[in-house]
Design a binder for this molecule. Structure first.
Ligand SMILES: *Cc1c(COP(=O)(O)O)cnc(C)c1O
Length: 381
């Protein structure tokens, strides 16, 4: 890693940030922590500390710190509360069998946070500072990385506009934070296929919109269709493209894949309205490694319907950091049903899932150099 060289971000020359540490005086005891780690769920409990970095137009990024986890003080006029200028990331810290702590392709999350920042007119954080912010939270709260199978410490970096100003323009004051939340096994009783709901009324993104950015606004727009999915007995909502309502885009928070026969993997191409998942990219690589034919192209709803009917499409799955790979048994819609709700998880789906998690948890060699060790000084991985 090139850490020492100054980087240019938004016209400001920046050096790698130095983080100060204010230890929590209310940290949980080991017994309290172990109790939480025994059954953490997802996104409900948080570690004892958080990372914060300030940005202003005049000073750039500054005041990088690790501090006790706790409420933010926000002026009621803070721009994020009114105009939604916010972006986030999601990645995990994994504990390997020897106790060491690793994360998966964090440079991809750093790049994506920069792309999201550009789209939302927020300042870019350098890759070095992003990865250091992840190291810092794990350095102080590493004991919160659980060790049971398929568990992890979920890391949530995010950036908000916090200038007190009601005028409509990009904020001149911004905060970047990292919080961390222990996560249990997503599927505690074995991986179970899900049913998904086709939203025919709403899209999550349109041409020129923010679909390729990881921003809270996309999620806000997906909550009503997500509720409709629940009301129809489905776990997730599937969105079509906003222009023609014929092409498959993705789920509310996961990318989608189709297996054709036994040798071809198909996923919608990146159109600008699809979020470029790190899991998606990794699955494409693992599939190529296995000798599967990989296609990134348009997939229509009609192709899905016909493909399942004819037997050409043999497996469907969704993927993302939180649930890794989730088999899809059925797509339901207002006047539509594709697939069998009782179908078991597909073989290729499960093989890809196993291989990816084996790499993440250090059970297979890291042949693509995807892992970064977090509980050791930079450069010592
Ligand atoms: C985060 C996200 C994904 C998955 O991305 P990963 O990097 O694989 O976690 C997919 N779709 C949307 C809309 C997302 O926000």
């Amino acid at each position: 890693m090139t850490q020492a060289a100054p980087a240019t971000t938004s016209g400001t020359t920046t050096f790698p940030l130095k983080f100060s540490l204010t230890p929590s005086t209310a940290a949980r005891t080991e017994i309290e922590r172990e109790e939480i780690l025994a059954d953490p769920g997802f996104g409900k409990k948080f570690t004892d500390h958080m990372v914060a970095i300030d940005w202003t137009l005049d000073e750039g990024w500054h005041n990088a710190r690790v501090m006790p986890y706790g409420p933010l003080q926000l002026d009621p006029a803070s721009s994020v509360l009114h105009y939604g200028q916010e972006i986030f990331e999601g990645l995990k810290a994994y504990r390997h069998a020897d106790g060491s702590i690793w994360t998966f392709r964090p440079e991809k999350n750093a790049e994506r946070l920069q792309r999201s920042a550009r789209r939302l007119a927020l300042p870019e954080l350098s890759e070095a500072d992003f990865i250091e912010s992840i190291r810092q939270i794990v350095a102080v709260d590493g004991d919160w990385v659980p060790s049971a199978p398929e568990t992890s410490l979920y890391l949530r970096p995010f950036m908000i506009a916090n200038e007190s100003f009601l005028g409509v323009r990009a904020a001149h004051q911004v905060g970047y934070y990292v919080i961390a939340s222990p996560a249990g096994a997503y599927f505690s009783d074995g991986v179970a296929p899900i049913k998904i709901w086709l939203s025919t009324e709403y899209s999550r993104a349109g041409r020129g919109g923010t679909g390729a950015a990881k921003c809270g606004g996309n999620y806000a727009a997906s909550l009503l269709p997500q509720m409709q999915a629940y009301d129809n007995g489905c776990a997730q909502v599937l969105f079509l493209d906003g222009e023609t309502s014929s092409r498959i885009d993705e789920l509310g928070g996961m990318n989608v894949f189709f297996v054709h026969g036994t040798d071809t993997l198909v996923t919608p191409r990146l159109t600008g309205s699809i979020l470029e998942g790190v899991t998606r990219d990794s699955i494409l690589q693992l599939a190529r490694d296995r000798g599967l034919t990989v296609e990134e192209r348009d997939v229509t709803l009609g192709e899905w319907q016909d493909g399942v009917a004819s037997g050409a499409i043999t497996e469907v799955f969704a993927c993302g950091t939180a649930a890794v790979v989730t088999p899809i048994s059925q797509l339901k819609g207002p006047n539509l049903s594709i697939g069998d709700p009782d179908a078991p998880a597909g073989e290729i789906t499960m093989a890809l899932r196993q291989e990816l998690t084996d790499i993440q948890y250090g059970r297979l060699p890291d042949r693509h150099g995807w892992l970064t060790r977090l509980d050791a000084p930079a450069g010592q991985a």
